[in-house]
Ligand binder design. Structure first.
Ligand code: XMP
Length: 515
């Protein structure tokens, strides 16, 4: 990526390393995460303007502690060590650590001990609430370092070698629980390292267009369009870069929400003049799913059928050398462990399995971006809200929201119910506040009354969750009037449903989807 300034984050395994990268990028500075096994010479080749050493779960004195390359300090660029990163600096530059069995976890009050550019703009007379999560702590700083902050438990909660521009904090400025954490990170970037804010999504789009043209030349590119934001942004971006050299393929598997295929495809054709093929394969998918109840079996059948249909269509595209994918930065870093490359590949990957079977080169123009950045690129490219803010939708679609067997009738019921959920979330302005909201059709019937008659009909479960990355989630506290409206409308308007229940489980231990 051709950027003005670059911050390299060395990952020692903290669960919040990605947050550091996001905070730096939100400040308008490009950042990349690299595993701690990378040699300082490899990091030097990236020409970093500053380095941040992340936190991590280990103790620096553990026999199998993540490695630290002293050459990182010799690069002469400003360094910020966070938590484990601080302990590494103390340990390796001649300070002293106190090992501890007990972790300090939670809020602490930081007292400022000295003036420092790191504290610029903060009220140095007041205490600052910071977030701690550590075992070991610094007992004596290395030569050249002074304490610039302490907490009741930790005498060296922040230390600095102002001359060499090496800073270290025991707390986590990247998490929201640390007051003014963002300001502290900004101070490191702008006051200490003297960087400027130049990472914007319009600069990204310009570079991505040039790089895509460069890589692709005059070859053909195929892009699987799912209707989700990632693949849509890839398609629109590449369309801008290479026009008709791009062929987008949208496979309708018969498991989409009501009118979903037509809405997305229709919009893109009309407004972006995409070279787009709509493949209606609903009958094939549904016939193969007949009588199948096991969720993993459903996923397997859908996955294989998708590859088969996609591959067949792709073979009819002339000169196609590249396959475009909406891989994002978290997919890239999560497939490499902080201890170096490993075979861990994220499961729910967009179009898993395609590249291996198709023998094509990959183009992944979004592989440096976080999800929130993809949304900004979408806006930059002129995509409308209904695409930019679309909830994630699983590849196997409604198949994993119909518990048990999938039939045309059950698909019809779920689509009607789900449409009401979507409409009401949008109408009440809750759609953008929640991560995902949808209806699930249960494999049981219950008794109800309608007029003088007893009914024996289907149950719909309502699942609405808050999340930041789908790894954990909690059920959304929707106001009861909205829940009442959704329930009333589904029972009154969807023939075949006489009961609506609300899912109030969090993930873990539950999952977002029901299958
Ligand atoms: P779970 O149910 O595992 O879902 O909590 C986490 C996120 O992944 C989506 N999901 C899938 N996406 N294929 C996909 O492409 C799948 O088989 C699949 N299963 C779950 C889910 O919608 C949520 O966003």
């Amino acid at each position: 990526m051709n950027v003005m300034h670059k911050v390299i984050i060395i990952d020692y395994g903290s669960q919040v390393t990605q947050l550091i990268a996001r905070r730096v990028r939100e400040a308008g500075v490009y950042s990349e995460i690299h595993p701690c096994t990378e040699a300082a010479s490899a990091i030097a080749a990236l020409k970093p303007d500053a380095i941040i050493l992340s936190g991590g779960p280990s103790s620096v004195t553990d026999a199998d502690a993540p490695p630290y390359d002293p050459g990182l300090i010799d690069l002469g660029v400003p360094v910020l060590g966070i938590c484990y990163g601080m302990q590494l600096l103390a340990h390796n530059l001649g300070g002293e650590l106190a090992a501890s069995e007990d972790r300090e976890y939670g809020r602490a009050e930081l007292e400022f001990l000295a003036e420092s550019p790191l504290w610029d703009g903060l009220d140095r007379k007041a205490l600052l609430t910071v977030w701690m999560s550590h075992g070991d702590k610094v007992l004596a700083p290395p030569p050249g370092f002074t304490a610039i902050g302490r907490t009741p438990n930790v005498d060296y909660a922040a230390m600095a070698n102002e001359e060499k521009k090496i800073y270290a904090v025991q707390f986590h400025p990247e998490v929201a629980h640390t007051d003014q954490g963002e300001r502290i990170l900004h101070n490191f970037l702008f006051k200490v390292a003297g960087l400027s804010s130049s990472w914007t999504m319009s600069s990204f789009v310009d570079t991505a267009l040039a790089e895509s043209r460069d890589t692709i030349g005059d070859a053909g590119v195929i892009c699987g369009l799912s209707g989700g934001i990632d693949s849509t942004v890839v398609a629109v971006l590449l369309n801008k870069a290479i026009g008709k050299q791009l062929t987008c393929i949208f496979v309708d598997n018969g498991l989409l929400r009501l009118n979903e295929g037509e809405e997305v495809v229709g919009y893109l054709r009309k407004h972006f003049d995409l070279n787009l093929r709509y493949v209606d394969a609903a009958d094939l998918f549904l016939s193969r799913l007949e009588g199948v109840e096991d969720p993993e079996e459903k996923r397997k059948i859908i996955g294989h059928t998708f590859i088969e249909v996609f591959d067949k269509e792709a073979k009819t595209v002339d000169n196609a050398r590249f396959l475009a994918q909406g891989t994002l930065y978290p997919d890239v870093i999560e497939s490499v462990s902080f201890k170096g490359p490993s075979a861990v590949i994220k499961s729910h990957h967009n179009v898993g399995g395609l590249p291996e079977t198709m023998n094509m080169d990959l183009v992944e123009p979004l592989r440096e971006l976080f999800k929130d950045e993809v949304r900004k690129v979408a806006v930059e490219l002129g995509l409308p809200d209904f695409i930019v803010w679309r909830h994630p939708f699983p590849g196997p679609g409604l198949a994993i929201r119909i518990i048990g067997e999938i039939t045309a009738e059950r698909l019809h019921i779920l689509r009607q119910a789900d449409k009401i959920v979507q409409n009401e979330l949008v109408a009440s302005n809750w759609y953008r506040k929640v991560w995902q909201g949808f209806a699930v059709l249960l494999p049981l019937k219950t008794v109800g009354v309608m007029g003088d008659d007893r009914t024996y009909e289907n149950v719909i479960a309502l699942r609405v969750v808050d999340s930041v990355d789908a790894m954990t989630a909690d059920w959304s506290r929707l106001p009861s009037e909205i829940l009442a409206r959704i329930s009333n409308r589904i029972i009154n308007e969807v023939k075949g449903v006489n009961r609506v229940v609300l899912d109030i489980s969090s993930k873990p231990p539950s999952t977002i989807e029901w299958e």
